[in-house]
Design a protein around this ligand. Structure first.
Ligand code: PYC
Length: 331
């Protein structure tokens, strides 16, 4: 176990991303899937320590980043070749994520802050696939994620209180159950969280799954934008929704959730409710917005999404061998 390693914290619309470099924790180079395997089997203590008390928080998403093989120097204007790509593995308080949109924006901002990348395009490999990100001079990040698709429409679920909900099962880098909920903007966080938890319990009870038996670990409620909120970046009337996403570990995403936005656009596209290239506003309960659009793909869509992260802390995490709680309470 490394005695100490460096962590850079960012937030995207209030959602935390803790960014660390693979070599500092002894993660060997490899494909994202090989590295995911190493993290699960040999280095899971890093995830546990950074997402539990006293050093961490269950609200954090972590990102373990491996620099491109060619160079660890600043990558300039246009590093679009896959040889220059960064590997990123995302984790949370209960496990590992295929992709994470707010986290990817946080990683780009962290690498910019450390002067490891410059403005321009950069390529990231994640366990879910290849993602390209464009860093603008004002810090805005626009990325195109993995292919997103709607797997099943109008799936009926009976909740424990006897009520019924109908939702779409869609993939956006993670698996989502998407339910219309007109009052997202006015309901309390407690009530939205309870609703999502009831849906998740019912899905688990009925073993409703994504493709190939994939667990649907994110629940997304989508409601109406409020008057005045549907004004797009150029002052034009723009389609969109207020969304609330319950994450696998039980906390809600403070950001509009990048993979959740991608799943939403896949669902809208499959229903013919949004045109390719049309701008979509996805707004979280913190008021933070992602602007998204899609291009059609073989099976579903490629979603391109813009957001911004900020660096909030830089720490050296110390693993004192004499500290019985160095790996977190309960470990
Ligand atoms: O932004 O994709 C996302 C995400 C997933 C879980 C938390 N945020």
């Amino acid at each position: 176990m490394n005695a100490s390693f460096h962590v850079l914290d960012t937030h995207t619309g209030g959602e935390l991303t803790r960014v660390l470099l693979a070599p500092e924790i002894g993660l060997q180079p490899g494909s994202p899937r090989e590295q995911l395997d190493q993290l699960r089997t040999r280095l899971d203590w890093v995830r546990v320590a950074l997402t539990s008390e006293p050093r961490g928080t269950p609200f954090a998403v972590g990102a373990v980043v491996t620099p491109p093989v060619q160079s660890t120097e600043t990558i300039g204007q246009s590093s679009t070749a896959d040889g220059d790509s960064w590997n990123v593995i995302f984790f949370n308080n209960v496990g590992y994520l295929g992709m994470c949109g707010h986290g990817l924006i946080g990683v780009v901002e962290a690498l910019r802050h450390q002067q490891r990348i410059d403005t321009g395009q950069h390529v990231f490999q994640t366990p879910a696939g290849r993602v390209t990100a464009q860093l603008e001079p004002d810090g805005q990040v626009t990325f195109t994620g993995v292919e997103s698709y709607c797997y099943q429409h109008d799936v009926q679920v009976s909740l424990a209180d006897g009520s019924q909900v109908t939702g779409d099962i869609a993939y956006g880098g993670n698996w989502f159950f998407l339910v219309a909920h007109p009052d997202v903007a006015s309901d309390s966080i407690e009530s939205l969280s309870r609703r999502c938890q009831q849906i998740r319990d019912a899905i688990d009870r009925d073993q409703i799954r994504g493709e190939d038996g994939a667990i649907i670990d994110h629940i997304e409620l989508c409601g109406r934008l409020q008057p005045g909120e549907s004004v797009g970046p150029h002052g034009q009337e723009t389609a969109g929704c207020h969304s609330f996403v319950l994450c696998p570990g039980g906390h809600f995403d403070r950001s509009p959730c990048g993979t959740g936005t991608s799943a939403k656009l896949a669902s809208l596209a499959a229903r013919g409710k949004l045109e390719p290239g049309q701008t979509w506003i996805q707004q979280s309960v913190t008021g933070n917005r992602f602007l998204a659009r899609y291009t059609p793909a073989r099976r579903g869509v490629f979603v391109t999404l813009t957001g911004k992260a900020h660096v909030i802390a830089e720490t050296r995490q110390i693993m004192d061998p004499d500290d019985p709680l160095r790996l977190g309470l309960g470990s």
